[in-house]
Write a protein that binds this ligand. Structure first.
Ligand code: PY5
Length: 304
C-alpha cells in the first residue's frame, strides 16, 4: 500500500514539503544500511492525540545510534518537541511516526565516521500493519528457513536499517508460502521473533516469550504486554522456546508498534488459538490504554 502523503517532513531541524524531502544518491546509509530508526504510534485518544511511550522509543533510538558510533546532533528533549511539531503541522491525530538517523553524503568507504549524521522525522496515517482482519481474526504464519541475525554477527538490540535485510528475506519467504507473516528461529533453533514484531505464546494460561538472548529486538510493546499481564495476574516467563513448544501452544500473538497486538491463527498451516481467551484480555487492555487513555497507564502517553 502506498504511503499516504501528508504536508511536511522534519529534516535536520527544518520542516520541508513532503515532495522535497530528498537526499543525495551517494548517501552512505543507502549503500551500506548505516542508519537507525524507530517506529512509534500516536493515538487519537478520548483526551486528545497522545504518543505511546515516546521517551522509551527515543531512548532506544539513541541507544541504537551508539552501537554504530553515530552522535545524534539533537537532545532527546529536542527530538520529543520535533515529533510533536511534525504531528501538529500535519494536522494528524492518530498516526505512525518514523524517526530515522543515518549517515549522509560524505565518504564512500566503509568507515562511516566522516559522513554527516542526518536526522529525519516523518509521520503519516497507518492502519493495522497486518490488516484490521488480522487484529480481529488472527494472522497466518510460517516458520521460515531464514534464521534471525545472531547477536554474534550484529547487535540485535539495535534497530538499524541494514539489519532489516534479514527481516525482508523472512517476510518474502512467508508471503511466497501464502502466510501473512514469518516467524524466525534464532541461531540455535529456538523461537526468536517476526520480521518486525515480537512473539508470545500461551500455555495453560501462562505467557512465554523469547528472552533477549534469542536475538530479538527488545520491543516496547513486548515490555508493555509483560507489564499489562502482570497487572492482570497472568504469569509471564522469558525463556528459550523450542519450535515444538510454539507449534503445540494454546495461543500465540505478535506484538509491535506497527502490528500492535495481533493474534496468530495459523502456524505452518495448522490452526491454533481460537478464540484466544488470554490474548484477547491482553489485547483489550492494550487498546484501552492507547484509545481510551486508561488512567492506570497514563504515564505511557505523551500528549501532543
Ligand atoms: N522486533 C523487530 C525486529 C521489530 O522491527 C519491531 C518493531 C519489534 C520487534 C517490536 O518492537 P516495538 O514493540 O518496540 O515496536 N518494528 C517496527 C514497528 O514500527 C517496524 C515494522 C515494519 O513496529
Amino acid at each position: 500500500m502506498p504511503i499516504p502523503e501528508v504536508s511536511k517532513i522534519w529534516m535536520d531541524g527544518k520542516l520541508v514539503n513532503w515532495d522535497e524531502a530528498k537526499i543525495h544518491i551517494l548517501t552512505h546509509g543507502l549503500h551500506y544500511g548505516s542508519g537507525v530508526f524507530e517506529g512509534i504510534r500516536a493515538y487519537d485518544t478520548k483526551e486528545g492525540t497522545a504518543v505511546f511511550r515516546l521517551k522509551d522509543h527515543l531512548e532506544r533510538l539513541f541507544n541504537s545510534a551508539k552501537f554504530y558510533r553515530m552522535e545524534i546532533p539533537y537532545t532527546l528533549e529536542e527530538l520529543t518537541a520535533a515529533v510533536k511539531e511534525t504531528i501538529k503541522i500535519n494536522n494528524l491525530k492518530g498516526c505512525y511516526i518514523r524517526p530515522i538517523v543515518f549517515r549522509g553524503y560524505g565518504e564512500m568507504g566503509l568507515s562511516p565516521l566522516e559522513s554527516a549524521v542526518c536526522v529525519v522525522i516523518a509521520c503519516w496515517p497507518w492502519g493495522a500493519y497486518l490488516g484490521e482482519e488480522g487484529i480481529k481474526k488472527g494472522v497466518t504464519t510460517k516458520i521460515v528457513s531464514w534464521q534471525r541475525i545472531s547477536p554474534k554477527a550484529l547487535p540485535t538490540q539495535a534497530k538499524a536499517t541494514g539489519q532489516y535485510l534479514n527481516s525482508i528475506l523472512a517476510k518474502i519467504e512467508a508471503q511466497d508460502a501464502g502466510a501473512d507473516e514469518a516467524i524466525m528461529l534464532d541461531w540455535r533453533g529456538f523461537v526468536s521473533e517476526g520480521p518486525g514484531e515480537n512473539i508470545f505464546i500461551v500455555k495453560k494460561n501462562k505467557l512465554f516469550t523469547p528472552s533477549l538472548e534469542c536475538g530479538i529486538l527488545a520491543g516496547i510493546t513486548r515490555d508493555s504486554v509483560i507489564k499489562i499481564a502482570g497487572d492482570l495476574k497472568i504469569k509471564v516467563e522469558e525463556k528459550n522456546i523450542a519450535k515444538e513448544e510454539l507449534k503445540s501452544c494454546d495461543e500465540a500473538f505478535f506484538t509491535g508498534t506497527a502490528v500492535e497486538v495481533a493474534p496468530i491463527r495459523e502456524i505452518d498451516g495448522k490452526e491454533i488459538g481460537k478464540p484466544w481467551p488470554v490474548t484477547r484480555k491482553i489485547q483489550d487492555t492494550f487498546y484501552s490504554i492507547v484509545k481510551d487513555a486508561n488512567p492506570k497507564y497514563k504515564n505511557w502517553l505523551e500528549f501532543v
